[in-house]
Design a protein around this ligand. Sequence first.
Ligand SMILES: *[C@@H]1O[C@H](CO)[C@@H](O)[C@H](O)[C@H]1NC(C)=O
Ligand SMILES: *[C@@H]1O[C@H](CO)[C@@H](O)[C@H](O)[C@H]1NC(C)=O
Ligand SMILES: *[C@@H]1O[C@H](CO)[C@@H](O)[C@H](O)[C@H]1NC(C)=O
Ligand SMILES: *[C@@H]1O[C@H](CO)[C@@H](O)[C@H](O)[C@H]1NC(C)=O
Ligand SMILES: *[C@@H]1O[C@H](CO)[C@@H](O)[C@H](O)[C@H]1NC(C)=O
Ligand SMILES: *[C@@H]1O[C@H](CO)[C@@H](O)[C@H](O)[C@H]1NC(C)=O
Ligand SMILES: *[C@@H]1O[C@H](CO)[C@@H](O)[C@H](O)[C@H]1NC(C)=O
Ligand SMILES: *[C@@H]1O[C@H](CO)[C@@H](O)[C@H](O)[C@H]1NC(C)=O
Ligand SMILES: *[C@@H]1O[C@H](CO)[C@@H](O)[C@H](O)[C@H]1NC(C)=O
Ligand SMILES: *[C@@H]1O[C@H](CO)[C@@H](O)[C@H](O)[C@H]1NC(C)=O
Ligand SMILES: *[C@@H]1O[C@H](CO)[C@@H](O)[C@H](O)[C@H]1NC(C)=O
Ligand SMILES: *[C@@H]1O[C@H](CO)[C@@H](O)[C@H](O)[C@H]1NC(C)=O
Length: 536
Amino acid sequence: MQPLPLLLAFSACVFAESLSNIRLSGPSTLPPDASKYLNPALASFSIETAFWTSYVGNVSNPNLLTQNLLENLKNRTGVPAEIRVGGITADSTHWNSTLEVALFNFITDDGTLHNTTVGPEFWKTMNLLPEGTNIIFNLDLENLDFEGTLDMATAAVENMKAGQLIGMEIGNEPDHYLHFTPESYTNLWMPWTKNISDALNISAPFFQIAATAEDPLWPYGTAAANAQLDCVSALAAGANNDSTVKTCSEHTYQYSVCDPVRLQQATLVDLVNHTRLAQYLDLWQPRIRSVREQLGSDSFVIGEYNSVSCSGRDGVSNTFGQGLWLLDTTLYAASINVSRLFVHQGGPLALQSSTQLNHGGLSLYDLWYPIENLNGPVKVFPSYSAYLFVAEVIGSSRSLRIGNIYPGRQANGSSITTEMGDESQGQLVVYGFWDDSLSVDFPVKLALLNLQSYNETTEGTRPSTTFDISEYLSESADSVAVRRLQAPGADVKDGNITTWAGQTYANGVAEGVLTEEKIAGGEIAVAASEAVLVFL
Ligand SMILES: *[C@@H]1O[C@H](CO)[C@@H](O)[C@H](O)[C@H]1NC(C)=O
Ligand SMILES: *[C@@H]1O[C@H](CO)[C@@H](O)[C@H](O)[C@H]1NC(C)=O
Ligand SMILES: *[C@@H]1O[C@H](CO)[C@@H](O)[C@H](O)[C@H]1NC(C)=O
Ligand SMILES: *[C@@H]1O[C@H](CO)[C@@H](O)[C@H](O)[C@H]1NC(C)=O
Ligand SMILES: *[C@@H]1O[C@H](CO)[C@@H](O)[C@H](O)[C@H]1NC(C)=O
Ligand SMILES: *[C@@H]1O[C@H](CO)[C@@H](O)[C@H](O)[C@H]1NC(C)=O
Ligand SMILES: *[C@@H]1O[C@H](CO)[C@@H](O)[C@H](O)[C@H]1NC(C)=O
Ligand SMILES: *[C@@H]1O[C@H](CO)[C@@H](O)[C@H](O)[C@H]1NC(C)=O
Ligand SMILES: *[C@@H]1O[C@H](CO)[C@@H](O)[C@H](O)[C@H]1NC(C)=O
Ligand SMILES: *[C@@H]1O[C@H](CO)[C@@H](O)[C@H](O)[C@H]1NC(C)=O
Ligand SMILES: *[C@@H]1O[C@H](CO)[C@@H](O)[C@H](O)[C@H]1NC(C)=O
Ligand SMILES: *[C@@H]1O[C@H](CO)[C@@H](O)[C@H](O)[C@H]1NC(C)=O
């Protein structure tokens, strides 16, 4: 497809005077390219297998912080976040029916985690999650031990309560081992899924394919791009010939500290930039379209993601800026029809890369530390509150569609970039939410993001942008309700000074007075490094 002429694409969505003032030009009606219905579990989690009991605890010692933080999300949508149990350690996790503890990590004195064993108590920890939590379980492919993988799959199916296990993956990031091509992967993966399905009497498609790590090569459709192992290339090689594929997962990490070269690029200001995160996620658009055509509307998930791979970076991924990145990433991905995103929680693994920055403890990109560890005490990070924002966007609606209002879209569906006319340089972002069951004339909510950098450590007045949303208000609306996601700056690392609707969640539960403003007149001021949810 050709992009729209620049002026048309731009003037169709906004008239921007300057950063201090932006008037959204409408129209207020449902955009023709609005997303599919948002999945209520859009904001979901991936928890590294070896760190499972660190996060969830066990039956005699449940982790109350984790329980409360997950319940807060369920309370807003009525549906729990989904949890994928997996990651690199899933390929070295074994089932042992006589193990007494829930989970055992074999770690040598040099700190290397060699493998993980789970026993019967492990499955009981699934009952510690909010009632109704769906689980996707990641099995081992790398060891090419079909019997071992079948044993684990059998234990998972037999020990989780009916309906809780909604899918299984075989292999984590298989594009990083065994020199798989789409064909050689498919030749193993497909019969394994078929044989496991037969052995366990699973009739409906039950497997989540790929779970691959590498970013798509661009441009799309070249010989090199087609040779990458991913959902689309595996499906093309016949991976669904036996109708075992339910969904597709690919992983996204926009930045990395796995090596010194990429370490230089993993900065806070680059992270908190809409142009950059949209350009990154746009690499997946052709795959998302293809997968949805083949497997259904809700079939493409980002099954593991975070901002900075190899466990994050201090001052970047543990900040409120990461919260703004997480919010924009989740909403932008939803706008290009990603069904659910599973933000990864875990810890650095000694053998992930010989040049990595982080060693030991829990990851610097985690949304909370459920236990004290080498990197700090029990703690909730600012970015947790971004997931509260997303959950409140969705609420109880099951017919909500998201549309990009600012900077808007090109004809091919990609976000308008800084180069193509986003006058805010990737700093101002507006999404609209239309509820199909109510009205297609006006959105029910708007998310206004001001990503302009402002630090707690910055001197001087905090800049602010006023968004004029009057074109989106019906004439009967006299005022709108506004909830804010706030912190003293993008560099803040503490949940106890990060507020959602005026409340902190540093101890797992809401503290402070719920604050919701009523604003008349259609002009909403949003400070630099702040986001607001407007209820129309
Ligand atoms: C998302 O899905 C909707 C409904 O299937 C479709 O109309 C829209 O074009 C899709 N968006 C993109 C970016 O593919
Ligand atoms: C959320 O919690 C409140 C207060 O406990 C409760 O009244 C409400 O029913 C809960 N909502 C859902 C969807 O669980
Ligand atoms: C299983 O766990 C038990 C109890 O810890 C241990 O004695 C046994 O060696 C383990 N089996 C295997 C195959 O690792
Ligand atoms: C549960 O966790 C506690 C605290 O970490 C530990 O001492 C205990 O062995 C665990 N029990 C099981 C069954 O894993
Ligand atoms: C875990 O790794 C250790 C050290 O390599 C090995 O001795 C042990 O057999 C492994 N356990 C399993 C269950 O594979
Ligand atoms: C899967 O089942 C087929 C048919 O029974 C069999 O030929 C094949 O060896 C099995 N594959 C594995 C990995 O067990
Ligand atoms: C297999 O599942 C079907 C329903 O999907 C059921 O009718 C049948 O009894 C099951 N067979 C066994 C051996 O469990
Ligand atoms: C899948 O089916 C197609 C069409 O029948 C066939 O060409 C292809 O070889 C099959 N692939 C596999 C992996 O079975
Ligand atoms: C959309 O078009 C722009 C400009 O030509 C290009 O940079 C971008 O990669 C395209 N995106 C997709 C998903 O094709
Ligand atoms: C955001 O990123 C884009 C693309 O790299 C760049 O052109 C723009 O200047 C950045 N914005 C800011 C405020 O640095
Ligand atoms: C905020 O701090 C980051 C480093 O953490 C720095 O790169 C950025 O320029 C600062 N922003 C402002 C407005 O000073
Ligand atoms: C927030 O927590 C930090 C430690 O993480 C502590 O130093 C600070 O005093 C706390 N601030 C408030 C307002 O409680």
